[in-house]
Design a protein around this ligand. Sequence first.
Ligand code: ADP
Ligand code: 5GP
Length: 202
Amino acid sequence: MLFVISGPSGCGKSTLIKRVRRALCDLEFSVSHTTRPPRPSEKDGVDYHFVSARVFERMAREDRFLEHARVHGHLYGTSRAEVARKGRRSDVVLDIDVQGARQVRRRVPGAVLVFIMPPVAAELRRRLEKRSEDSPEAVARRLRNARAEVRAYGEFDFVVINDDLGRAAADLKTVITACRRRPSAMAGRLGPILRSFRKGRT
Ligand code: ADP
Ligand code: 5GP
């Protein structure tokens, strides 16, 4: 199953994904490609695959992205190969923007889209400033873009308000666990149970 986590920059997507991945098994993170320069704390291949615009554009021409978009002035994309490799044995979680979420909705039937909503605009500003890894111009641009992004929440399957971190992480875990209990996602575990009910075995 593919889980898409979107929401304005600074709302807490990466923090929540890290927490939930520590608590749930079989949930791989898809590392995106981007042309944005790395932040001081970021590692190539872990947070992102940091690539040049030339490399990114070649990958786009070769249709190697499941989705891609220009966000806050940089290019970001989810490589098909990354999702295929990580999805072989696990569910996969994407941290992507609203434009990317719309592309996934069209291209991947059954993908689950979750919107992370900050509790209030002033808190989003505080979080972006507290993270203190983006320039004041980058923070201002992210806040401006947030105005349109928060209005897209209705296009998603679930909304989690990231007010208290513990509560929001618990909400996101609940969403993922509930989706994993759909009959279509249970086939692997139900097979042996159903076989045990075959005529002659009971
Ligand atoms: P995003 O991935 O959505 O851009 P981050 O996960 O990097 O956002 O979070 C932005 C900042 O807000 C980080 O400094 C993070 O520690 C902080 N943060 C995230 N969730 C909360 C929360 N519920 N309460 C307070 N601070 C939070
Ligand atoms: P940041 O620069 O703060 O890491 O990310 C900025 C925005 O780009 C966030 O909304 C994040 O979710 C989004 N993003 C990260 N990776 C991708 C991707 O592969 N595709 C798309 N469409 N957006 C992405």
